[in-house]
Design a protein around this ligand. Structure first.
Ligand SMILES: Nc1ncnc2c1ncn2[C@@H]1O[C@H](COP(=O)(O)OP(=O)(O)O)[C@@H](O)[C@H]1O
Ligand SMILES: [Mg+2]
Length: 456
């Protein structure tokens, strides 16, 4: 009898079973270890959290986007964001929010857990690649309408985004649009006097910059900034930090009212009140006629004046005077696209706001994220027809994950809800990067997007 004959080992067979469904491929500087059903990977973008590839799903026979989150638990900021985004993607279902198609990890145990892969619908380009094109009114208003529908849907779930920006909005060549991310967690603070590391803040509302309370129409400001940039062809308020950002805003829109100042925290208020006073410019000066699509017809002239009217209602420093999402959807520039099933789609389940307030160690986050992905693998047909969930099949492996489940729920039960309310004065670092996709394929499709907006 051979001395080293391996005894049947459940754990081993379960892991081997899982590995058999994966392969590794180099894409650019990254290495993707993914399910074999996904073929023909091509890098299409990157952000603070990870690298995104286009791929072909041989099971569903459709093109998909796969985002690799490397060590999503590497620090608490990354971890919270990854966890929140993954949970929200599972929850939300709306044509203007990116849809989750699959999720998996190639690692087999919590101890080994490193990477989370998220499979999404593939889009053609992000909005950075489209924003500077000469968009006509039809395309511009359709893109804005879809943004507003997606935002409204998030609001219905209790999610106020606060950090919408072009790099996190993606479009297809048929001019359809989806929001890619879910913004800042309620408890993610952005302190006015603090300048943490490089993130794009150009689209952040005054109440976010100044650390005030906020409500749903905080997201309207970002839509206004995006719309203004589509018209002007350049970023409206390109501040290097919060202070510079604020200066850019008041130089153009004017110093806000005393009544607004009264709502600021004392230190911020004293800074803001001591800035030089600016009268601001009229919207006719800020967005002159020459910037709008050529006025070949009366209809176009009407649309230009409607566009400027909408901008003047969205780019209002004081949220109490700013238009809300429902009224923006009813605005004449937007409501030409109004479709009840898009504007008032069934709301998603309510978002558990306490997730936003959770504080955990890196190890605890690792466990929570691992648990989410294992749960997903177990409840979905991750491998495609014929396969069981990638981690759900094997006896030892699934018992391993239920151990993680027990621990993870212990973590959740132990500590939560430490910071309540909607005030935005924490020290948590918000986190995204200014990197835009440099993929030429997506630029090509971006131009296609700019040339095909009709849907009816
Ligand atoms: N589903 C998708 N379809 C097409 N491009 C995408 C998709 N998801 C991401 N991208 C591209 O990859 C970039 C980075 O993705 P993102 O999810 O924003 O990563 P991060 O969270 O790290 O910022 C996006 O700006 C976009 O250009
Ligand atoms: Mg991003």
């Amino acid at each position: 009898m051979p001395l080293l004959s391996p005894r049947p080992n459940h754990k081993m067979s379960a892991s081997t079973q899982k590995s058999a469904h994966f392969y590794t491929v180099e894409v650019g500087d990254a290495r993707f270890t993914i399910l074999k059903r996904y073929q023909n990977l091509k890098p299409i973008g990157s952000g603070a959290q990870g690298i995104v590839c286009a791929a072909y799903d041989s099971v569903t026979q459709q093109n998909v986007a796969i985002k690799k989150l490397s060590r999503p638990f590497q620090n608490v900021t990354h971890a919270k964001r990854a966890y929140r985004e993954f949970k929200l993607m599972k929850l939300v279902n709306h044509k203007n929010i990116i849809g989750l198609l699959n999720a998996f990890t190639p690692q087999k145990t919590l101890e080994d857990f490193l990477d989370l892969y998220i499979v999404m619908e593939l889009m053609d380009a992000n909005l950075c690649q489209v924003i500077n094109m000469d968009l006509d009114h039809e395309r511009m208003s359709y893109l804005l309408y879809q943004m507003l529908c997606g935002i409204k849907h998030l609001h219905l779930a209790g999610i106020i985004h606060r950090d919408l920006k072009p790099s996190n909005i993606v479009v297809r060549s048929d001019c359809t649009l989806k929001i890619l991310d879910f913004g800042l967690a309620r408890s993610a603070g952005t302190s006015f006097m603090m300048t943490p590391y490089v993130v794009t803040r150009y689209y952040r509302a005054p109440e976010v910059i100044l650390g005030m309370g906020y409500k749903e129409n905080v997201d309207i400001w970002s839509v206004g900034c995006i719309m203004g940039e589509m018209i002007r062809g350049g970023v409206l308020f390109p501040g290097t930090d919060h202070i510079d950002q604020w200066n850019k805003i008041i130089e153009q829109l004017g110093t806000p009212s005393v009544e607004f100042m009264r709502r600021l925290q004392p230190t911020v208020r004293s800074y803001v009140e001591n800035r030089p006073r600016y009268a601001g410019y009229s919207f006719e000066r800020l967005f002159p006629d020459v910037l709008f699509p050529a006025e070949s017809s009366d209809a176009n002239r009407l649309r230009a004046s409607q566009a400027r009217d909408l901008l003047s209602k969205m780019l209002v420093i004081d949220p109490q005077q700013r238009i809300n999402v429902n009224d923006a959807l009813m605005h004449p520039y937007i409501n030409v696209w109004f479709d009840e099933s898009e504007v008032n789609a069934p709301p998603p389940g309510a978002w558990d706001q306490s997730v936003d307030d959770r504080e955990h160690t890196v190890e605890q986050w690792k466990e929570l994220i691992y648990q989410e992905v294992i749960d997903y693998e177990r409840t979905h047909n991750t491998l495609g027809p014929g396969g069981r969930g990638a981690a759900g099949g094997g006896g030892a492996n699934s018992s391993g994950s239920s151990a993680a489940a027990g621990n993870a729920s212990g973590v959740v039960g132990g500590k939560e809800g430490s910071t309540g309310g909607s005030s935005t004065t924490g020290s948590a670092q918000d986190d995204d990067s200014m990197q835009y996709s440099s993929n030429s394929a997506s630029s090509a499709t971006a131009s296609a997007a700019a040339s095909g907006a009709s849907r009816r």
